[in-house]
Design a protein around this ligand. Structure first.
Ligand code: COA
Length: 163
């Protein structure tokens, strides 16, 4: 078992979260959309612009030397400015990414669990996400209690009930 720890994300983590946003956007094997292109695309940056807003919450996984290796975070979206996985006002949507060298070692699942716990203790009843068809993360989400509530444009919106 590889040792890693998890801490709450803070305002100074914006740069690392941007790295993980790029990983999430480039999830497909062989995808190499350049970072500046992804970070100029509002459909992606909507999840991060202005981090850390008052309702933004996240968790960061650290290697034994304290370097960040993965992150998951959620943000609320308004009904008049919905996101890819928008379900309803008051249902936060999450993003997750793990550095390639650290994948398939339990970091992603641990981040998802920590984030869901944070959302539950924050009083949220549901947590949402959007995942493209073909991404193995779909099975990870399902095994963590997320269920498909909508499908459109090659993506599924999944929701986990927290209480
Ligand atoms: C998706 C992601 C966050 C998962 O994090 P991770 O640390 O790799 O996941 P874990 O090690 O916790 O593995 C979770 C499960 O997925 C499975 N899994 C991991 N890598 C896999 C792979 N390449 N193919 C198929 N299944 C895989 C594991 O077997 C594990 O299941 P198990 O616990 O039953 O063994 C990470 O792989 C990643 O950053 N991918 C690119 C970005 C991305 O796709 N983000 C999500 C966009 S919606």
């Amino acid at each position: 078992m590889v040792a890693f720890s998890i801490r709450a994300a803070g305002p100074a983590d914006g740069g690392f979260l941007a790295d993980m946003l790029v990983e999430a956007a480039n999830w497909r094997a062989g995808a190499t959309r350049p970072r500046p292109v992804i970070l100029a695309d509002a459909t992606h940056t909507a999840y991060l612009t202005g981090w850390q807003r008052p309702a933004d919450r996240g968790v960061v996984a650290l290697d034994p030397e304290g370097r960040p290796v993965g992150a998951a975070w959620y943000r609320l979206f308004a009904a008049d400015r919905p996101s890819a996985g928008f379900v309803a006002a008051g249902v936060p949507e999450l993003i997750i990414g793990v550095r390639p060298l650290w994948r398939a070692q339990g970091v992603g699942r641990a981040l998802l669990r920590a984030l869901a716990e944070d959302a539950r203790s924050g009083g949220y009843a549901r947590l949402a996400l959007s995942v493209e068809h073909g991404n193995f993360a779909h099975d990870l989400y399902r095994s963590e209690g997320f269920a498909i509530v909508a499908t459109a444009g090659g993506r599924d919106t999944m929701v986990r009930r927290l209480r």
